[in-house]
Design a protein around this ligand. Structure first.
Ligand SMILES: Cc1ncc(COP(=O)(O)O)c(C=O)c1O
Length: 393
């Protein structure tokens, strides 16, 4: 008998804040034979990724690549390269990830003013405008497009206008939006946009798309002191990704295959069609939850279709419900983060996981478990409301 432990991960329905389910084509691509990272065929694959990333991020930026590491590596690359010691930074914080960006900017030596919004409301553009004016000489404004901790989507363009009028650059976290909600780096005028692979791109976690505008690239190259990060130094990364091909690290080959395949799938589906799919499924889920009698946490009008926060009803045991969803139905959803711990569930409908079947499965499983916990839920109304949303053209 073998003494090695069995490796047999169970099949799950990934409806949490990420990772989402991966497309089988992406997983198959990862089993392709390895190439050397400087093999001409592999370089061609990297080049294709660059071209497709520009399409998916809607940008003509030359400096567009994927950093090795999860979404946080994209965040760290953007922040550590754009912030120099003493730089004034204004950070829009409306949840956990906005705060993470602010903390990183402080580690880079930035003098950070936080503009807080309640957790459930969008980025406070007027507050950012006031903070930028009060601080003077602000170099960078930061915001999160899709705040995964609260399920809130913020409008980027108004913040972009405020930042640029003050001569600052704009950094936008699009980890949860890219491939699921419209990300239009150039139309927004965003200077740094980064994302991750494991959310709406439906690949495993492992690399982080990032793009820098010409103004951001000029800022990076004009730094007086090199950034404190070597691994995520954008100048070194760009010299590896562009036709100089200067060795910097060994590209995570199978993850680049996965990125390639994931981007091809996004473009095959069509960006607009993909956004529409996420919109329809997300709104159907939200209609179903409300019809069931539950309360959505994020402000109406700013709810992300790809990540819904729903309040945990009074007296209901958070861990028991999530445990039952996982054990009995194989469904993973997320608990609340930070201030929302124990108060909300976070339900993702991202990439491969954004299907009408998952909407109906989740509503029926949750309704049953809540009824067992003594909560009155109107299951019929929930299913009817969701089904009506799913049938809408
Ligand atoms: C908005 C946002 N930014 C950044 C991250 C960090 O990404 P990762 O966990 O892949 O490092 C996440 C992850 O959930 C996120 O939702």
């Amino acid at each position: 008998m073998s003494s090695t432990p069995a490796f047999n991960p169970p099949k799950r329905v990934l409806m949490g804040p990420g990772p989402s389910g991966a497309n089988p084509r992406v997983l198959r691509a990862m089993t392709a034979p390895l190439l050397g990272h400087l093999d001409p065929e592999f370089l061609r694959i990297m080049d294709n990724c660059r071209v497709m990333l520009r399409e998916v991020m809607r940008t003509a930026n030359e400096v567009t690549l994927a950093t090795p590491g999860t979404g946080t590596s994209g965040m760290e690359a953007a922040v550590m390269n754009l912030v120099e010691p003493g730089d004034r930074v204004v950070a829009g914080v409306c949840g956990y990830f906005g705060e993470r960006v602010a903390l990183m900017a402080e580690r880079a030596g930035g003098v950070v003013t936080r503009v807080q919004s309640p957790w459930g409301s969008p980025t406070d553009t007027a507050g950012i405008q006031a903070a930028v004016k009060a601080a003077g000489g602000v170099k960078l404004v930061t915001m999160v497009h899709a705040e995964t901790s609260t399920g809130v989507q913020s409008e980027v363009q108004p913040v972009s206008k405020v930042a640029h009028e003050a001569g600052a650059l704009l950094l936008v976290d699009c980890v949860t939006s890219l491939g699921g909600v419209a990300v239009e780096a150039d139309r927004w005028g965003a200077d740094a946009v980064y994302s991750g692979t494991q959310k709406c791109l439906s690949a495993p976690p492992g690399v982080a798309p990032i793009t820098l505008s010409p103004a951001a690239w000029d800022r990076v190259r004009a730094r007086e002191v090199p950034s404190n990060t070597w691994y995520l130094d954008m100048q070194l990364l760009e010299a590896y990704w562009n036709n100089q091909r200067v060795y910097h690290h060994t590209a995570p080959i199978s993850m680049i295959y996965a990125l390639h395949e994931a981007l091809a799938l996004v473009l095959d589906e069509g960006l607009e069609a993909r956004w529409a799919r996420h919109e329809k499924n997300g709104r159907a889920l939200q209609a179903g939850l409300e019809a069931m009698g539950l309360v959505l946490h994020a402000d109406a009008g700013y709810r992300l279709p790809v990540l819904t926060t729903v309040r945990i009803p009074e007296g209901v045991n958070d861990a028991e419900v999530r445990g039952a969803l996982l054990k009995r139905h194989g469904i993973e959803v997320g608990g609340g983060l930070g201030d929302l711990r124990g108060k909300v569930w976070r339900v993702g409908l991202m990439g491969e996981s954004s299907t009408s079947g998952n909407v109906l499965l989740f509503l029926s499983a949750l309704g049953k478990i809540l009824r067992e916990q003594g909560v009155k839920t109107d299951q019929r109304a929930a299913t009817d409301a969701a089904a009506a949303g799913l049938e809408r053209e």
